[in-house]
Design a protein around this ligand. Structure first.
Ligand code: FMN
Length: 201
């Protein structure tokens, strides 16, 4: 029951362990294995959380896309501290990430925006994310308007729509174990090196 072979096997590089768990989640998690909670801090120091989708990751960090004028966009522009949490129910695993969120380059945002379906690109123009919508019809009308506007032309990326890369300084792997005696491995980046340690549950 308390066999060591069930414990997390730490790797030197936390991104390799992330990749291993994420690949497992992609196979087993029924919906949105790339869904992650994003927490931000507003100018008046209030925390706020919501789900976003991980669109890519590498040694530099974890990328999601959003609207700069949304609640989260405004918060991140004034305070780049952010945290991400994955919880894969089918795996009984959690990953926590803490770091700073920086906007991706225009090219990176353009490349991803242009890979999206036409309807999603129009939606990015039509939605004033997080602002009050008094009538759903208003959104439908804006979608028709932008469809007309772009008709034959390629749909450019709205200036307020881009990606953020959360550059981590902490990554924690959590694995369910019997009797709530869970296993936790925390990685911290110090002097550009990742140091890991095991934590009490
Ligand atoms: C599964 C799932 C995936 C989502 N993915 C994104 C995303 O990638 N980007 C985004 O801006 N909002 C995404 N959302 C919507 C956000 O959770 C949120 O409602 C929206 O971004 C507005 O958040 P804000 O007002 O805090 O800025 C997603 C929601 C769910 C449930």
């Amino acid at each position: 029951m308390f066999e060591n072979r069930n414990l997390i096997q730490p790797k030197k590089d936390p991104f390799l362990l992330f990749e291993e768990w994420f690949e497992e989640a992609k196979l087993k998690e029924q919906n949105d294995p790339n869904a992650m909670n994003l927490s931000t801090i507003s100018k008046d120091l209030k925390p706020s959380s919501r789900i976003v989708l991980l669109k890519s990751f590498d040694q530099d960090g974890f990328v999601f896309y959003t609207n700069l004028q949304s609640k989260k966009g405004i918060s991140l522009l004034s305070n780049s501290n952010a945290s991400l949490t994955f919880h894969w129910k089918s795996l009984l695993k959690q990953i926590r990430i803490e770091g700073r969120a920086h906007q991706v380059t225009s090219k990176e945002a353009d490349d991803y925006f242009n890979s999206r379906p036409m309807e999603s690109r129009i939606g990015a123009w039509a939605s004033n994310q997080s602002s009050e919508l008094s009538d759903r019809q208003e959104l439908i009308d804006k979608i028709s308007l932008y469809k007309k506007k772009f008709q034959q032309n390629s749909i450019s990326r709205p200036p307020h729509w881009t990606g953020f890369r959360v550059e981590p300084n902490l990554i924690e792997f959590w694995k369910d174990m019997p009797f709530r005696l869970h296993d936790r491995i925390e990685y911290k980046k110090t002097d550009n090196k990742w140091i890991s340690r095991r934590l009490y549950p």
